[in-house]
Ligand binder design. Structure first.
Ligand code: PNS
Length: 159
């Protein structure tokens, strides 16, 4: 199975990394795909997000990191992926995730969306929460891979 794990990754958290590690054990090849044309206002540009992901995934041999824009399903088709991976943290994620999965299935029913439930220890984690805590001076080192933690502190002028 070739799987694509799409997201904003602004920045990659330990929650994302946990999903990447677990998905990489199921998929033959896992492409972590960073959305370029996001409507979200991002703290890191795409090149920075890709670089941070490459750094944290460098020891996982079947993981590649790429950027994509436009429709996820078109990107998945273009790389020959047969599955889309998404992490589920809590019930609150479900409606949005379910809608996305159904829409993607309408567009191409040969590409399955697979949900991986988060590790309980990361269920509260999101990139937005991490950025907010960091901007307000809180400690986020237990929430991010070390390389990402340093990049975030540099970005907000705390290093
Ligand atoms: O990390 P995020 O922000 O929750 O990821 C959302 C993402 C990138 C998976 C989603 O916004 C997406 O797939 N965007 C691409 C546009 C698209 O295909 N939209 C239709 C799917 S419903």
């Amino acid at each position: 199975m070739i799987a694509v794990y799409p997201g904003s990754f602004d920045p990659v958290t330990l929650g994302h990394l946990d999903i990447i590690e677990r998905a990489s054990k199921i998929a033959r090849k896992l492409i972590v795909a960073v959305l370029t044309n996001s409507s979200k206002l991002c703290m890191f540009d795409v090149a920075e997000r890709v670089e941070m992901l490459r750094e944290v995934c460098k020891d996982i041999r079947n993981v590649e990191v790429a950027a994509f824009d436009g429709l996820l399903i078109s990107y998945a088709q273009s790389i020959g992926a047969n599955a889309i991976i998404r992490g589920l943290r809590a019930v609150t994620d479900f409606e949005y995730e379910f809608q996305m999965a159904l829409a993607n299935r309408m567009l191409d029913d040969s590409i399955e969306t697979l949900f991986i439930s988060t590790n309980a220890q990361y269920s509260y984690l999101s990139s937005s929460v991490v950025k907010e805590i960091a901007k307000l001076g809180g400690k986020v080192d237990a929430m991010l891979p070390e390389a990402t933690h340093i990049k975030l502190l540099q970005k907000i002028g705390r290093l």
